[in-house]
Design a protein around this ligand. Sequence first.
Ligand code: HEC
Length: 162
Amino acid sequence: MSARRGSAAAAVVVALLAAVTARAADGPRFTEGAATFQANCAVCHRANGAGTPGLAPPLTEFPARFAALAEGRRQLAMTVLYGMFGDIVVGERHYNFKMPEFTQFDDATLAAALNFVVFDIAHAPESTAVLTPADVAAERKQAVDGSAVREHRAAVVAALPP
Ligand code: HEC
């Protein structure tokens, strides 16, 4: 092979590698959480977490803000474990439908789904600590109902920095 054809072939390989790398970088950071979310949550919250007006709220903002506060992290774990019931306001829209409970999933599965929501959907900064199975386990020990989860949410929202 001439030197010229060799370098042309090398250029093609470099371009292909760049394309593959770019695709990987575009994928979710939490791939297992993404799979759980698409199979169990997207039906209401949509694949991109943008929500369904009148049914399920968007997950694009509050989860990242909650993840920065200890009580907010508890709130996220409580929401996926026990669901939520009662009026909430997100992006100036009211939502008042029942978020189902997901206690049938283990702690690691729920933590991964929350990390997909917090980092891949709501784009929390990388400095935010990931949710761990222990975070979910702590809330599993103290069962509450969906109305209590909503009341706790109101307290967390009131404590959020502007
Ligand atoms: C049947 C529809 C439905 C499904 C399925 C569902 N949700 Fe929800 N989700 C809701 C509704 C409705 C609310 C708001 C409840 C309310 O109004 O009190 C909500 C609220 C939330 C919130 C709280 C948002 C906030 O601003 O406080 C999170 C986080 C969340 N869902 C994550 C998930 C995850 C993760 C899954 C899958 C494991 C999931 N949801 C599955 C309907 C659903």
